[in-house]
Structure formats: structure tokens, C-alpha cells
Design a protein around this ligand. Sequence first.
Ligand code: PEP
Ligand code: MN
Length: 257
Amino acid sequence: LESREGLRKTVQILKKLKINYLRASLWKPRTRPGWSGMGYGFLPLLLEETALNGIIPATEVGSSGQAQETADYLKEQENAPEVILWLGSRNQNHDEQQAIARILKDCPTVTLMVKNQMWEDENHWLGIVEHVLSTGFPEERLWLCHRGFAPAREGNPALFRNVPNFEMAMWIKEQTNLKVILDPSHIGGCREKVFWILRESFDYDFDGYMIETHDDPEKALTDKSQQLTPNEIEEAVNLIRESEKGEVSRVRKRRQI
Ligand code: PEP
Ligand code: MN
């Protein structure tokens, strides 16, 4: 979320595509210091603009402090809107996982989406789920998100930004019975590879996609090479809808780690 105008443009694009969710980070974690988001001050604008258009916003909470600010704001609302808050890969430690879950479990309109940790390890991934659920956070409001794993020194010939492990994601889905969303943007790292990953994913049983888009990617303040243009997001949405019609098989659901 970079500006009011950008938010409005993207909301209109989503409406045209009949997409009911918007990814818009208020707090943007950065690999190296730089612009790090509009912050809490833009939360009312995000909620108003999306509510007016029947869209559910999704934003990242990088810490229990950010989760608390958001929860307090929602609790002040007469009719709190539905919101998705996600916990990113680089902020995974069990104290924060539990603290965030404890804060958000009392916000009935919040779905918590937890991304996998940076490194490739199924036990750690399961552990995240266990830490969140150990606080009494309801399973019905918990989603997972696969965004690939930080590449090892070898084993990334396609030079993905992060290496996917679709089989592991499906194994985690089977073990937890939770919805698993795919983030092809942070796996691909550039537009062309976002599409590549998207097509590959159709053989697996993901429950949804979180894809980055920008009305003018060249001017994006973060991750500009992986933001899809308005035309490209339309193409991506069409591809996903085609795949849902069963034109692409969804059979490779089993574990092969
Ligand atoms: C993001 O979704 O913008 C993000 C920071 O991703 P990750 O936590 O997967 O690195
Ligand atoms: Mn990012």
C-alpha cells in the first residue's frame, strides 16, 4: 500500500476481475533498510476503501505490537470488517507466533495466515501451526501460505527467488487439514517466473493464491520485478479460473519430500 490513489486503482482492477481479496501491506518488511510502508495511520483508509467495494483486505503484521494495534482498532469498530492478517517468513519465532495468536484469537473477524519459515524443514513448518494452535487460536480462522524457502548454495538451477516445495506444502496440508495458499510472487521473484510457478502449481491442491500486482510496476516501491501489471494479473486470474474448471489436472497431492 503506497498511496490512496494506488489503492483505489488496484481496488478497481480487482472489482473488474471479481476478486474479493486485496493484498496491501501497511508494514513492509525489507531485506535491507528502505521504505517500510505507510504504517498504522493508513489502516482506516485500507478498511474503508475495501469495505466500500465489498473486498476483504489482507495485510502483514510483523510483530505482536502491530497485531495489537490492528486488534485494538478492530475492537473499536461497531461492525468490525473481515480482515486477513499474515505473519511473514522472516518473523517466525515461537514467542511472536504465540503472542500474535493470543492477541488475534479474540478478534472474530480476523483470519490469520501464516507463511512458511525461511528454511526448508517440514518439522519447523508443522511447529509453527502447533505454536499458533497451542494458544487456543481457532483452526477455522487459520490459513497457511507457501512462499518457497531461501535457496541453499546449490539446488536452485532455475534461480527462483525462493525455492518451492509443493510436495511438502501438500504434506503439511494433509497433516494439518488447513487451507494452504500459494504465493508465487515471492517464489518467482520476476514476472516471467511468477507465471511459470503458477502453471506448475496447478498440479497441486492449493486453496488460493496471493499474487502481487501494481498499477505501474516500474514505479513500485518494493519488489518491482515481481509485481504483475494490470493486464498480467488479469491473465493470471484467467489461468487460475481455467485450471479450476479441471482443464489442468490436480492429482499430484502426495508427499515426495
Ligand atoms: C511479503 O509478503 O511481502 C513478504 C515480506 O514475504 P515473505 O514473508 O514471504 O518474505
Ligand atoms: Mn515482498
